[in-house]
Design a protein around this ligand. Structure first.
Ligand code: HEM
Length: 475
């Protein structure tokens, strides 16, 4: 019997939540992605010597953050949440464990081998280690393939889709995620193999940038929208999604596809620049529309609870204003609000770049700034916020261990994000007029890595204590 059960066969129980995936994601983030971020930002911010491994470290940092930090969180949550949304349970642990071993093992191999590789140039071990880096890409690719096949079974294994309107509306977003994950994993593997064949220490940067763009635009943002659309009404008492999510998803895809035309490192002609700029405007507008419809920053629409048939009795203990809990998960919503504020900033920045670009007036907002607005500002805040809200329930706990750590996470993550991108957003004229600002923003950049790492350590400690310590009931 396959591990994915169609809903026409007798109902199987969904495998319990695999918290191990979250531990591995946190370990890779702490000892890999964010540790490298600390190193890189410190060297750049405090003008220290970058060393010969620098370019390789950047690529390793980016890859570990995408697949290890954000990717593994998505994998862990989606393998638990999507089967419930579709009523097509994944009943066996085995494939989930395989995914974890393959992706976790591949990432560990990548971290170790790619970090030492530049220091082995000219050494007899260089070629074998170069091939170990390539092997990491192959192992991860296989793990991602198993994950995607499980997911496809649950999302597209429904016999009667009309009974699952909740899943149906966000399915295009999940479709993009499946394609994006596969594309990223494949390009990463091919690039690493080419790197080993050519005896290089870094992969082709053009295609690497393309792959990063695909993962951010086709996996991270769409899956964040899909989860937000389905979960926010429940966790943040927001309006139900009755606004043609399907069509918006396809428009997003069109905008993103156009935008990516200039990221393909092939000469496709001058017209792609116009199309790409137009794509940025379209995608940015769609993102703003999604944020508006979610009502997460505006809160001007009626929440779904206004229309529910059974209203709670008047003597029920009141929850926090606008939030359907008693504070037992800390002020997690601040991380979510911050995430969406960063998303709006990213969308506006891209719309400005696209709008001015159409008139052949390039703005000096670098792609690295926009990238970290999305990845650190939006995605990381969202993970930090939703993890403390959802994971306790997934593991049978009623509250998070420390609400103070949730607050600490909020401050650390957002100071890190400001420090990481501010230097890239301020016009260079500002530094000439007030040179002291340059010192402040460089220091903020230098410290952004340790602050980001601090935020993730707080989350890890909080989840670990939640899972392993019995706390007195929250009142
Ligand atoms: C405080 C936290 C962070 C710091 C200090 C940091 C720092 C850096 C630095 C210095 C670079 C190199 C920039 C350049 O090439 O000019 C970089 C690149 C990158 N970062 Fe981060 N980062 C952080 C968080 C994140 C997060 C959370 C993600 C993803 C979820 C991420 C993904 C990337 C990617 C994809 C690249 C490009 C890698 C490449 O070119 O191959 N970063 N980061």
């Amino acid at each position: 019997m396959s591990s994915v059960q169609k809903n026409s066969v007798p109902r199987q129980k969904q495998a319990k939540f695999q918290i191990e995936i979250i531990w591995v994601a946190l370990a890779i983030a702490i000892f890999g992605g964010f540790a490298l971020a600390l190193h890189l930002s410190f060297l750049i911010g405090f003008n220290l010597s970058l060393g010969k491994g620098f370019a390789g470290l950047i690529q390793t940092h980016g890859h570990l953050q995408l697949i290890g930090w954000a990717g593994l969180f998505i994998i862990g949550i989606s393998l638990h949440f999507i089967p419930r949304l579709s009523s097509v349970p994944i009943s066996e642990f085995k494939p989930i464990k395989q995914i974890l071993w393959l992706i976790g093992g591949g990432l560990l191999l990548r971290l170790v081998s790619h970090t030492v590789l530049p220091y082995l140039e000219g050494h007899v071990l260089f070629v074998p280690i170069d091939w170990l880096v390539a092997t990491s890409g192959l192992i991860e690719w296989y793990g991602i393939l198993i994950y995607l096949s499980l997911l496809i079974g649950t999302i597209w294994g429904i016999d009667d889709t009309s009974k699952r309107p909740g899943l149906l509306s966000v399915r295009p977003f999940f479709g993009m995620m499946v394609v994006g994950f596969f594309l990223y994993a494949t390009v990463n593997m091919v690039l690493l193999i080419r790197m080993a064949l050519n005896k290089n220490v870094v992969v082709n940067q053009g295609w690497n940038e393309f792959a990063i763009g695909v993962f951010t635009g086709m996996v991270l943002l769409p899956v964040a929208f899909a989860f937000s659309i389905r979960m926010f009404p429940l966790y943040l008492r927001l309006p139900a999604a009755d606004w043609g999510v399907h069509r918006v998803a396809y428009l997003y895809l069109i905008g993103f596809g156009l935008q990516m035309l200039t990221s393909i490192p092939l000469n496709l002609g001058w017209v792609t620049h116009y199309l790409s700029d137009a794509g940025m405007l379209v995608r940015g507008s769609v993102i703003l529309y999604v944020v508006w419809k979610l009502d997460v920053l505006t809160r001007v629409q009626e929440p779904w609870t206004v229309h529910r048939e059974l209203q709670p009795s008047p003597d029920r203990r009141p929850t926090r204003p606008n939030i359907p809990d008693y504070g037992e998960f800390g002020r997690f919503e601040r991380l979510v609000y911050a995430a969406y504020a960063w998303l709006v900033l990213g969308a506006l920045a891209e719309m400005l770049i696209g709008g001015f670009g159409l008139f052949r007036y390039p703005l000096s907002i670098g792609s690295d700034a926009v990238r970290h607005i999305y990845l650190l500002g939006f995605i990381t805040n969202l993970i930090l916020g939703m993890a403390v809200r959802m994971i306790p329930g997934f593991i049978g706990k009623r509250q998070i261990a420390s609400t103070k750590l949730v607050d600490a996470t909020f401050w650390l993550a957002n100071t890190a994000a400001v420090g990481r991108v501010l230097i890239l957003l301020l016009p260079s004229g500002v530094f000439e007029v007030i040179p002291a600002i340059a010192v402040v923003v460089e220091t903020a950049f230098g410290l952004s890595g340790i602050l980001g790492l601090g935020a993730v350590v707080c989350l890890a400690v909080n989840l670990w204590k939640t899972a392993h310590v019995n706390h007195p009931k929250f009142s």
